[in-house]
Structures are given as C-alpha cells and as structure tokens.
Design a protein around this ligand. Structure first.
Ligand SMILES: O=C(O)c1ccccc1N[C@@H]1O[C@H](COP(=O)(O)O)[C@@H](O)[C@H]1O
Length: 214
C-alpha cells in the first residue's frame, strides 16, 4: 500500500538543485554550515539558497552549534535547526538549543551506535529526532545505511516523537528502508549526488519517482 512520506534533501549548495528538489516534491531543503563538511557552505550562502524555499521547509544543519551562534542564526530565515551531537551531549546544551529556537524547531541528531542507549533527555527538549548512521570518525553524510531495526524500535516505543531516518538512502533503497522502519520522513543526501554537494538531476528524479509517484 502506498503511504506518503515526507522527504528532506540535504547538503544543497546550488540554486538549480534547490529548485529541482522543490519541483519534484521535496518537503524540506537542508543546508549544511558545518565547516568540515564537504557540503559545508557559509551561513550567508545558506541564507541565499534558503530564500528560494517556501517558509516551513528550510533546515539549517550543523554539528554541536554554540549557543551564541544559534542565537545569531535563529532569525536568519530557517524554520528548523538540525544539530548533530555526540552522546555526551550535556543537559545545558540541549536546554540551550531548545530554549533558543523552541522544541518544535529543533531536530536533534544524536550519534548513536548500534547497542547504545538512546539519551532519553532528548525527548524533553525536542519534538524531532533524526537518526543518521554512526561512524567512528565522521559526524554525518557517510553514505552508509544504519541500524534500521534500532530506528524502528525507537520509533515504535516513542510515538510522540517525530523520527527522521537518515544515512545512505538513495533511489534504490529508500522504499525498502521505509518499509523496514515505518519511517514517515527520510533524509537523503549523498545518495542523490554526483559528488559532495552536487546533486544529480537523474538521481533526484529517480528518488521522487519512487517515493512520490504522480
Ligand atoms: O553531509 C555531511 O557532510 C554532514 C556533515 C555534518 C553533519 C551532517 C551531515 N549530513 C547529514 O548526514 C545525513 C545522511 O547523509 P547521507 O545520506 O548518508 O549522505 C543527512 O541527515 C545529512 O543531513
């Protein structure tokens, strides 16, 4: 049975890719401002690109953002703030992020390896959790699929939270991932690229053809 999912295309760096993603049906566009990312762009560039995206669909992506930085970005034209973080995440950071942008605008992406206990305090501060594939040396954009069973279990156990599945999703495996996990929202990044930050029109079309057939 066809079940609608929401789709975020992340790591956008070019106008044409933003426009095509939206035209094909992307629900969210993600802009990475983490300087060490091969898809990292400046905040100014992210704002420029986000200005093409309708309100309610613009996501700023970073790693363990400092409170002052987040405060400066809060009103910069983004609707959601996806923050990747280690499990040693302090209560003060979580509370700080949530207090600044509001729990409904905060997407927490904890670096969870299979078998790790989910840091329950996240539920108190964010409505949305994004689970990306764990990698010992990288914080995101690995292109590798993750622990789908773990995702499905957490989602089932915590239905009040909005769960986003990320990690290694592409036109070939996205439907299988959704069927396996029950994900209602998926985040796709390197799986629709020709090289980091450069989206492939063909792969984008293939992805949306599979996920949102017209
Ligand atoms: O893509 C990156 O370089 C990146 C860097 C720092 C934080 C997040 C990053 N990307 C996020 O990684 C996931 C999944 O990516 P992929 O599909 O496995 O390539 C996605 O949520 C991006 O937002």
């Amino acid at each position: 049975m066809y079940r609608p999912v929401t789709v975020k295309i992340c790591g956008l760096t070019r106008e044409a890719d933003v426009d095509l993603a939206l035209e094909l049906g992307a629900d969210y566009c993600g802009f990475i401002v983490y300087p060490k990312s091969p898809r990292g762009i400046s905040l100014e560039r992210a704002m420029e690109l986000a200005s093409r995206v309708p309100e309610g669909r613009r996501v700023l992506v970073d790693v363990e953002t400092g409170t002052e930085e987040l405060e400066a970005r809060r009103d910069a034209g983004f609707d959601f703030f996806q923050i990747h973080t280690g499990l040693d995440i302090g209560l003060a950071s979580l509370a700080g992020w949530s207090g600044l942008v509001g729990r409904e605008r905060l997407w927490v992406a904890p670096r969870l390896k299979p078998g790790d206990v989910f840091p329950e305090m996240v539920y108190e501060f964010a409505d949305t959790v994004l689970l990306d594939t764990y990698h010992k040396d990288r914080v995101g954009g690995t292109g590798e699929t993750g622990d789908w069973d773990g995702f499905a279990k957490l989602k089932q156990q915590n239905p009040a939270t909005r769960w986003i599945l990320a990690g290694g999703l592409n036109p070939q495996n996205a439907l299988e991932a959704i069927a396996a996990t029950g994900a209602g929202c998926v985040d796709v990044n390197s799986g629709v690229e020709t090289e980091p930050g450069m989206k492939s029109p063909e792969k984008l079309r293939e992805l949306f053809g599979a996920l949102k057939p017209s």
